[in-house]
Design a protein around this ligand. Structure first.
Ligand code: PEP
Length: 252
C-alpha cells in the first residue's frame, strides 16, 4: 500500500518572516489534523533549512532540500553535501528538477550521481523526470522518460527504488498553469511503473510516483484519484497555505 506524499518545492522564494508565517498559517488552517495518512514535506531554500527544522520539529511536516551535490565533502565551493542535509534532519531531496536541468545544465548522468549520493547519506531522492513541449509534440515522451531513468541504472540497480520517489513533471506544465489532464499524467505514470516492473514488480508496485506541474487546490483531487498517481510535487501552490492544505487533504 503506497502512502501518498505531497512535497512543496518553494524554489527560490520566501524570507525568514514569510516562511514562518506560511508554516504558522498551515498549522492554523489545520494541516496537523491530516495526521498520518499523507506524508507532507516542504523543501525551502538551503539557507533556511535549519530554521525550518526548528519550526517543524514535532509536527507532521517533514523538510527536504531542492538540490544536492553528488560529492560528500571537499573543495566544492558553494555546494551542499547530502551528509549536511541529513545532519539537518532532511528526509528528502529533489534531484533533477527540470529547472536544474535546463538552467544549470544538469545532465541525466549528473542527476544519477546525485540520486546515488543522496541515498548513500540515507536521504530519499525525489527524482524528477519529464518531457518538454516539443518532445511531447514529437510523440517521444516515453523515450525521454525512459532515458532519464536508464541513466540511474548505469550507477545503481532497481533496488535503489526501494528508497526513492519519482516525480513525473512535464516541463510544459511547470509554473505555466497548463496542468496535464489526469489521463495524460496517468498514461506516463503507468508507463513508468510498468517499465520498472519489468525489473522488479514488487519494487515498482511500492514505488511512489508523484505528479508535478501546476497542481492546485482545484485540480489535485482528480489527479490524485488516478491509480498510479501517489501525490504531488507542488511549486507555486505550496507557497499559498490554503491551496497547499487543500492539496494535502486531496491526497488523504
Ligand atoms: C515544481 O516546481 O516542481 C512545480 C511543479 O511547479 P508548479 O507547481 O508551480 O508548476
Amino acid at each position: 500500500m503506497r502512502k501518498p506524499l505531497v512535497a512543496g518545492n518553494w524554489k527560490m522564494n520566501g524570507l525568514q518572516d514569510t516562511n514562518h508565517h506560511l508554516l504558522e498559517l498551515l498549522k492554523k488552517e489545520g494541516i496537523e489534523n491530516i495526521g498520518e495518512p499523507v506524508e507532507i514535506v516542504v523543501c525551502p531554500p538551503f539557507i533556511y533549512l535549519a530554521y525550518i527544522k526548528h519550526l517543524l520539529e514535532g509536527s507532521n511536516m517533514k523538510w527536504g532540500a531542492q538540490n544536492v551535490s553528488h560529492h560528500s565533502a571537499g573543495a566544492y565551493t558553494g555546494e551542499i553535501s547530502p551528509y549536511m542535509l541529513a545532519d539537518l534532519g532532511c528526509h528528502f531531496v529533489i534531484v533533477g528538477h527540470s529547472e536544474r536541468r535546463t538552467l544549470y545544465g544538469e545532465t541525466n548522468g549528473i542527476v544519477a550521481k546525485k540520486f546515488v549520493a543522496a541515498q548513500q547519506a540515507n536521504l530519499t531522492p525525489i527524482l524528477c523526470v519529464g518531457e518538454s513541449l516539443r518532445e511531447r509534440e514529437e510523440g517521444i515522451t516515453e523515450r525521454i522518460v525512459k532515458e532519464q531513468l536508464d541513466d540511474i541504472f548505469l550507477h545503481t540497480d532497481i533496488h535503489a527504488f526501494n528508497k526513492a520517489v519519482i516525480a513525473y513533471e512535464p516541463i510544459w506544465a511547470i509554473g505555466t498553469g497548463h496542468t496535464a489532464t489526469p489521463d495524460q499524467a496517468q498514461e506516463v505514470h503507468g508507463f513508468i511503473r510498468n517499465y520498472l516492473s519489468e525489473q522488479d514488480p514488487e519494487i515498482a508496485e511500492e514505488l511512489r510516483i508523484l505528479y508535478g506541474g501546476s497542481v492546485k487546490g482545484d485540480n489535485a483531487a482528480e489527479l490524485f484519484a488516478m491509480p498510479d498517481i501517489d501525490g504531488g510535487l507542488v511549486g507555486g501552490a505550496s507557497l499559498e497555505a490554503k491551496d497547499f492544505l487543500t492539496i494535502c487533504q486531496a491526497a488523504s
